[in-house]
Ligand binder design. Structure first.
Ligand SMILES: NC(=O)N[C@@H](CC(=O)O)C(=O)O
Ligand SMILES: [Zn+2]
Ligand SMILES: [Zn+2]
Length: 442
């Protein structure tokens, strides 16, 4: 196995996680991780000398979460997030692996950038940071980036995306899919037909019309989803859809799957919880791409996630500086924080509503994302012999979101002052405790 296949961080540790319920099922057990691997699950396990210890208190034990869509802003915008602060937010949110998007400055369109991001993540050691490579040079949509060089580098890049922008030229997208097939890597598409979103800042519908905001139609997303499904079909390869946001996208995914097309999709926590009724304040904290949609889109996305038509949850954690958010709605940057609130939003929208049980949460937050991108050591069963990448979740607590207490350098959370259910009380990466009681350990 390559270094990347076993995760960026070389270090592994030993920890006894006492009194937890794997997947929330049955009675409490103890789980022992030795040198990064689960060696024993049972009752009254004695911790070996030197092992760390976590008191679970009957909490739910899940495989560590995997985020296919994070913006860490380094290199280039270290005033808004760094690999260190973003890694801390990830660990505190229960994540053991994150995929850092390529829309940095400079763009991650070459192996110098992707390898540097990977090394920085490994040295920090709070979460496996997997850089996403750009599909096209400079995210400009005209010339394919050196995907092979990035895949072959120390980072072993396995996912490529121009996220922030759509690979809108169908011929470029077709070639990207063909190259990706040869390399065995994944293309993730930010589905937005740019001719349909010129000047668009809010979901096209009655709310935007009333507020005087230029609308972003559902068709801008859906036309690219269906086009790329057809391109993936013809290339005989897979395409992944970033931040699915409409009822129509759900229908198209269902149709494509029915045709045997290899297409996967993610949904963000904010598209599961929020809708465009939030825009009446004109507070740009609610501005995001794709925009917050309507009640029926939210309902369709929740059902699709429960049914597996939408595969997984991805945060699209998108930090922005105060001056980029506290300004006129049209001028503000799109995007919102997500890493530290994701689990709670999934509990609020999917678990308390009865749409998912804890096994389902493990599936959409950990197992499916790891499978989609082909990470061998994440999203694994909680069983002896498996890697000790784990999240401990207290389902019976609630907490109030306060932006200035989040680990991110930026504060653009739409959930400020909201009371959310469930807390991540500890996160374990290859047996090393990375977060405990809302603090990172390194
Ligand atoms: N989601 C957003 O609104 N913004 C993202 C880019 C993106 O995910 O499209 C960002 O980089 O800020
Ligand atoms: Zn995007
Ligand atoms: Zn994004």
């Amino acid at each position: 196995m390559t270094a990347a296949a076993t995760g960026p961080s070389a270090s592994s540790g030993s920890v006894l996680i006492a009194d937890v319920r794997p997947y929330g099922d049955g009675a409490s057990v103890d789980v022992l991780v030795v040198d990064g691997v689960i060696t024993e699950i049972g009752h009254d396990i004695a911790a070996p000398a030197g092992a760390d210890r976590i008191e679970g208190g009957g909490a739910v034990l899940l495989p560590g979460f995997v985020d296919l869509h994070t913006h860490l802003r380094e290199p280039g915008r270290e005033d808004t997030e760094t690999i260190r602060t973003g890694s801390a937010a990830a660990a505190l949110g229960g994540y053991t692996a994150v995929f850092a998007m390529a829309n940095t400055d400079p763009v991650a369109d070459n192996s110098t950038v992707t390898d540097n991001v990977w090394r920085a993540g490994r040295d920090i050691g709070l979460v496996d940071v997997h850089p996403v490579g750009a599909v096209t040079v400079g995210l400009e949509g005209t010339q394919l980036a050196e995907m092979g060089m990035m895949a072959g580098g120390v980072a072993g890049v396995r996912m490529f995306s121009d996220d922030g922008k759509c690979v809108h030229d169908p011929l470029i997208m077709r070639r990207a899919l063909e190259y990706a097939k040869g390399l065995g890597v994944l293309i993730a598409q930010h589905a937005e037909e740019p001719r349909l979103t010129i000047g668009a800042i809010a979901h096209e519908g009655p709310t935007a019309a009333r507020l005087g905001l230029t609308g972003w139609p559902r068709a801008a997303e859906e036309s690219i989803v269906v086009r790329d499904a057809l391109l993936a079909r013809d290339a005989g390869t897979r395409v992944h859809i970033c931040h699915a946001s409409t009822e129509g996208t759900v229908e198209l995914l269902r149709w494509a799957r029915g045709q045997g097309i290899d297409i996967t999709a993610e949904v963000t926590p904010h598209h599961l919880l929020l809708d465009d009724s939030r825009l009446t304040t004109y507070d740009a904290v609610n501005k995001v791409n794709p925009p917050l949609r309507e009640e029926r889109d939210k309902a369709a996305l929740r059902q699709a996630l429960a049914d597996g038509i939408v595969d997984c949850v991805a945060t699209d954690h998108a930090p922005h500086a105060a001056q980029e958010k506290c300004c006129e709605f049209a001028q503000a940057r799109p995007g919102m924080l997500g890493l530290q609130t994701a689990l709670s939003i999934v509990v609020e929208t999917m678990v308390t509503t009865g749409l998912l049980d804890w096994r389902g949460v493990a599936r959409v937050m950990s197992e499916r994302p790891a499978e989609i991108v082909g990470l061998p050591d994440q999203g694994r069963p909680i069983a002896v012999g498996e890697p000790g990448n784990l999240a401990v979740v207290d389902p019976d607590t609630s907490w109030v979101v306060e932006a200035d207490r989040l680990a991110s350098l930026s504060q653009n959370t739409p959930y400020e002052s909201m009371t959310l259910p469930a807390t991540v009380t500890a996160t374990v990466l290859r047996g090393v405790v990375t977060a405990r009681d809302q603090e990172v350990t390194r």
